[in-house]
Design a binder for this molecule. Structure first.
Ligand SMILES: Nc1ncnc2c1ncn2[C@@H]1O[C@H](COP(=O)(O)OP(=O)(O)OP(=O)(O)O)[C@@H](O)[C@H]1O
Ligand SMILES: [Mg+2]
Length: 266
């Protein structure tokens, strides 16, 4: 039997009163895959990420992480709901990196990376510290380990946010607009970092407005519109021959003067 995907999203839907924010979304992400989720503002991208993490309770549908149910599961004809406590215990399997990084301002870089391991995973001090030092070294953060977030550049803050998520040893990493708070010259750096994570087998779902970034970083694109994923596939295929007229329009609007060219990928 094949290995299960790192992340499986099945028929997820979420309404806010009259607004159908997410409507019957299906998505599988394998280890080592980077899926970029693109689409117009308000189409439901952030809501989908929040449903995947159960920060928002989906009205319908199922999430599985490495084949294990997260949040609710089907048992024959019945649907069994996990308790809040079970959901909170499983959530660290998903590493989340937010647009504004959400670092703790009163903690140093090192403390930002150690604390969640202690509090959420219950790791001992030695182990948490060793894991933090190793991750900081890998991300060139050791020289700034004793600084506070306000003393960091945007690129450093981004790397701390990613390091803090990675030390929890998640099965999947989720990013909401990881480049929007960064100067353009730092976007390439994030791209390189995310690709190297994928080479190590990490599965990633990245919500982004930046079509150039999406094309350069991802192995697969998913285009969302009005709550649903209306087209998905390999980057080259979606960019070179989009089928859905809404995707064609989105690409025309967002690619600007610099043509989106997947052949520029290594
Ligand atoms: N907590 C909420 N209460 C009511 N409506 C909401 C809530 N969160 C999102 N929505 C609505 O759901 C829809 C999807 O919003 P969402 O934030 O997921 O879009 P998005 O694709 O992430 O947009 P953007 O690209 O601008 O970040 C929008 O119509 C939004 O107004
Ligand atoms: Mg959003």
């Amino acid at each position: 039997m094949n290995n299960p995907p790192a992340l499986r999203v099945t028929a997820i839907s979420k309404r806010f009163r009259q607004v159908s924010a997410v409507n019957q979304v299906y998505l599988d992400i394998a280890p080592g895959e980077i899926v970029a989720l693109i689409g117009p503002s308000g189409c439901g991208k952030s809501t989908l990420l929040r449903c995947v993490t159960w920060l928002e309770t989906p009205d319908e549908g199922f999430i599985e992480i490495n084949g294990a149910p997260f949040g609710r599961q089907r048992e024959g004809e019945m649907i069994r709901h996990q308790s809040r406590r079970q959901i909170d215990a499983l959530r660290p399997r998903l590493g989340m990196v937010f647009q504004q990084f959400n670092l703790w301002p009163h903690l140093t870089v090192r403390e930002n990376i150690i604390t969640p391991q202690r509090v959420v995973l219950g790791r001992g001090g030695e182990q948490a510290r060793a894991r933090a030092e190793q991750q900081m070294a890998q991300f060139a953060l050791s020289p700034v380990a004793d600084r506070y977030p306000w003393q960091l550049s945007g690129g450093q803050k981004q790397r701390v946010a990613i390091a803090r998520a990675l030390v929890m040893d998640p099965a999947v990493m989720l990013f909401d607009e990881p480049t929007s708070a960064l100067d353009p010259e730092l976007v390439g750096e994030v791209q390189t970092l995310l690709r190297s994570l994928a080479q190590g087998g990490m599965a990633m779902l990245i919500v982004t407005h930046d079509i150039h970034f999406a094309v350069n970083v991802s192995t697969r694109l998913a285009f969302m519109c009005e709550g649903g994923i209306v087209e998905e596939g390999p980057v080259s295929q979606l960019v070179a021959s989009p089928r859905d007229p809404r995707l064609r329009q989105f690409l025309a609007l967002t690619s600007g003067s610099g043509r989106v060219n997947p052949s520029t990928q290594e």
